[in-house]
Design a protein around this ligand. Structure first.
Ligand code: ATP
Ligand code: MG
Length: 743
């Protein structure tokens, strides 16, 4: 077994895997096998030293990383054993602990988790209550300050004490009320999950002791991006046995804006003077050409502390390509053309390619170009299923069934489906509940059941509120009484969601939305094997914790479109980085601060080092942002990569045409490119279609998107553009590319 586990590791990697006790820090650059070492070490602990898998706790940065490690361990130690190891993100693990022990902090076990949308709604309510203007005090900005404070473990009172500016004083008032409302709603936001865990450990030594007994071996990936709260959680857990293994790379620290503290990794040796520090230098991911360019970028950093040298035996490989586009459309067109060329020449599959950008807004153009070319793709963090309105509405009911005190959910659906409770009544209800110091649900109960109490609601408002209360309490009684899918069916029926959607939207759109709601019910089926009383909570929890990046399905052959931040830890054979321009990367928000600029540099470094075989750096000389055309200066970071390390492609006003088998580049003016691009992909000129082959109503099949129905078809530029509704959504495809099969 040892042989197997250590065979595919180099000497320092082996040392990291076999150092079983005491604190260990693995400090190494991207692609050097840190995550691999962490995984193998878990297997080694179990298989070679006989450690009980239940005593191992591994923390990752995304749920996806956790899943990948678990899959790897299934192979290394078997599924039954791997199942017993605790692996997850800080947030997921803390949620589990809090469900068990949060009662010791005076909170309820069945709390809901508020996502950023819920937080914003709550903050808007706070601003209204405090008579503050949303324009002047944007909810997002205030929440950002609060989040930073929470991650530093600064509570509302401490924040108020140290507030120095007028703005801080405003935030302090908002923070206080926001926190009150969270507690009243029996809700925790993401930061609370960490903060409350820290509090639990600090205030209840017996509970901490329980976890000391339970987890004897701790492993943390991406340690450079831990924030203060996470640092304290790790420190508390490791304090007794000190079997703490962390891996990280300070040159890849990119979450300072969210409170991550690079000092946690730099001070590891100070915190644990007996720590073994292991450096890894061999990179297994990328070609030397890619590493050279990435390292040049970091060596030019004025902070110059990232002196690690990386080398690889992968060979020099293809030169890094630098493309100067005339504008943002030319930029994405180049990328898509290049992807098509690689595919046509058999050098890559769609799933090998990732397009990365600094801001989410850049994804729209990318998506359009990919749709037009008929290339299957996936946008990480696009409008997620769980963020659609109809889904959030139904979820709000489900959350209320689990926890009727959830005021954000209650407010969300108090008049959905419409039941005659107008905005004024809602505002009055909130104000009245506040004077009584009651959560909304309890205030409703008073109105419904307490004849003696005086309240401002008469006639119809009173009846509507009373009926709404009866509905909620009836639904709440079903909690834990029936299987989740039955519960959802009951709910949909009870409030007649279908009829509501058809009354609110036109036929097609209502169809879509109703289908989404049914999809939600399908998702619930996954929970049938759990005990009935836990199904709903487990379901809601998973939804609350699924991060964008976790949804990437690497099994399907699609191009990944992803922001640089989300790309952390991942690897792809071909990587295209867009918008390497002043104002985008480095981002305009970072320009007035040296440290922020260096964080942007590290972000670019993270992007570049995701590439295994091919790397493209792109920028545009003209870009429209926020409706204004800007002349884009190429990023200062590009000046840090010597021209000898990149192959420059300038073709202002021209577009690259993928080559017909064998030849390299051809150049055509953009007007001609569409037609040529298509013909080259198919290796021979296509006859220009004279009439449409597809017609509305026809059933077709696409290799990746599956079966669909043609909604529209028209001839453009010698090709047929077909609009097809697939199970998930509608797509516009070009017939010559999409290879639609007629059914
Ligand atoms: P990052 O900092 O980007 O998270 P990392 O240091 O965690 O990178 P890994 O993702 O663990 O690096 O490894 C990069 C790639 O190299 C993976 O595909 C991994 O399987 C491979 N690899 C690592 N070590 C070896 C080795 N000794 N032999 C063969 N392949 C290896
Ligand atoms: Mg890693």
């Amino acid at each position: 077994m040892t042989g197997d586990l250590l065979a595919n590791l180099n000497e320092p990697q082996q040392r990291a895997v076999t150092t079983v006790t005491g604190p260990v820090l693995v400090l190494a650059g991207p692609g050097s096998g840190k995550t691999r070492v962490l995984t193998h070490r878990i297997a080694y602990l179990i298989a070679e030293t006989g450690i009980d898998p239940l005593q191992i706790l591994a923390v990752t940065f995304t749920n996806k990383a956790a899943r990948e490690i678990r899959e790897r361990l299934n192979l290394l130690v078997g599924e039954t054993v791997a199942h017993e190891i605790t692996i997850g993100t800080f947030h997921a693990i803390c949620t589990r602990w809090l469900r068990r022990d949060i009662v010791h902090l005076g909170r309820e076990r069945d709390f809901v988790i508020y996502d950023s949308d819920d937080q914003e709604r709550l903050m808007k309510r706070v601003l209204r209550e405090l008579n503050l203007n949303e324009k002047q005090y944007p909810p997002r900005a205030i929440l950002g300050v609060i989040s930073r404070a929470k991650n530093e473990l600064v509570d509302p009172e401490a924040f108020a004490r140290t507030a120095r500016s007028y703005f801080d004083e405003i935030v302090a008032r908002c923070y206080t009320r926001y926190q009150q409302l969270l507690i009243e709603s029996n809700a925790l936001d993401f930061d609370d999950l960490l903060v409350e865990t820290v509090r639990l450990f600090q205030e209840h030594p017996a509970i901490l002791h329980h976890y000391h007994q339970r987890y004897r071996f701790l492993l943390v990936d991406e340690y450079q991006d831990t924030n203060r709260a996470q640092y304290l959680i790790v420190r508390a857990l490791a304090e007794r046995d000190r079997n703490l293994f962390v891996v990280g790379d300070e040159a890849q620290s990119i979450y300072a804006w969210r409170g991550a503290d690079i000092r946690n990794i730099l001070q590891f040796e100070h915190d644990y003077p007996d720590a073994r520090v292991i450096l890894l230098e061999q990179n297994y991911r990328s070609t030397q050409a890619i590493l050279d360019a990435a390292q040049a970028l970091m060596h030019a950093s004025p902070q110059r502390k990232y002196a690690k040298n990386l080398w690889t035996v992968n060979g020099k490989g293809e030169a890094v390509t630098l493309y100067e586009a005339s504008d943002e459309e030319d930029e994405v067109q180049f990328v898509v053309d290049e992807i098509l060329r690689l595919i046509a020449e058999g050098k890559a599959r769609p799933g090998d390619c990732a397009i990365m950008y600094r801001t989410n807004a850049q994804s729209r153009l990318v998506e359009e170009a990919l749709i037009h070319a008929g290339v299957p793709y996936y946008v990480v963090g696009g409008v997620r299923f769980y963020e659609r309105k109809e889904i959030k509405d139904v979820l709000a009911y489900l959350r209320l069934i689990a926890n009727p005190y959830d005021s954000v959910s209650l407010q969300r659906i108090i008049n959905w489906p419409g039941r005659g409770i107008g905005e004024r009544t809602v505002a009055e209800l909130i104000a009245w509940a506040r004077t009584l110091g009651l959560p909304l649900y309890q205030a409703l109960r008073e109105i419904a059941d307490n004849d003696a109490i005086s309240h401002p609601f008469g006639g119809r408002a009173r009846t509507a509120l009373t009926e709404f209360y009866r509905l909620l309490s009836e639904l709440h009684q079903l909690h834990g009484m029936m299987a989740l899918s039955d519960l959802i069916d009951y709910l949909l029926n009870r409030i007649d969601v279908r009829a509501t959607l058809y009354s609110e939207y036109d036929g097609d759109e209502a169809d879509d939305r109703w289908r989404n709601v049914q999809e939600l019910r399908n998702a619930a089926l996954k929970y049938v094997n759990l005990p009935v009383e836990t199904q709903l909570t487990a379901f809601l929890e998973e939804i609350a914790l699924v991060a964008d990046v976790d949804a990437i399905d690497r099994n399907s052959d699609t191009v990944t479109c992803i922001t640089l931040h989300q790309a952390k830890g991942l690897e792809f054979p071909c990587v295209f980085l867009l918008g390497i321009e002043e104002g985008l990367l480095p981002h305009s928000r970072s320009l007035d601060n040296r440290d922020s600029i260096e964080e942007e540099r590290r972000l670019l470094y993270v992007g570049m080092t995701r590439a295994q075989r091919r790397l493209y750096l792109c920028h545009a000389t003209k870009r429209t942002m926020f409706g204004r055309v800007n002349i884009g200066a190429r990023s200062r970071f590009l000046n840090d990569i010597p021209p000898t390390l990149v192959q420059q492609v300038h073709r202002r006003g021209y577009r690259a045409i993928p080559a017909v088998a064998g030849t390299t580049w051809q150049f055509r003016t953009s007007g001609q490119s569409e037609q040529n691009r298509r013909t080259s992909r198919n290796q021979a000129p296509l006859p220009t279609p004279q009439k449409a082959v597809f017609f509305p109503g026809q059933r077709v099949r696409h290799a990746t998107f599956g079966e669909g129905i043609v909604v529209d078809s028209r001839l453009i530029e010698g090709d047929e553009e077909v609009t097809v509704r697939f199970a998930d959504r509608e797509r516009r495809l070009l017939a010559s590319f999409a290879r639609l099969e007629q059914l």
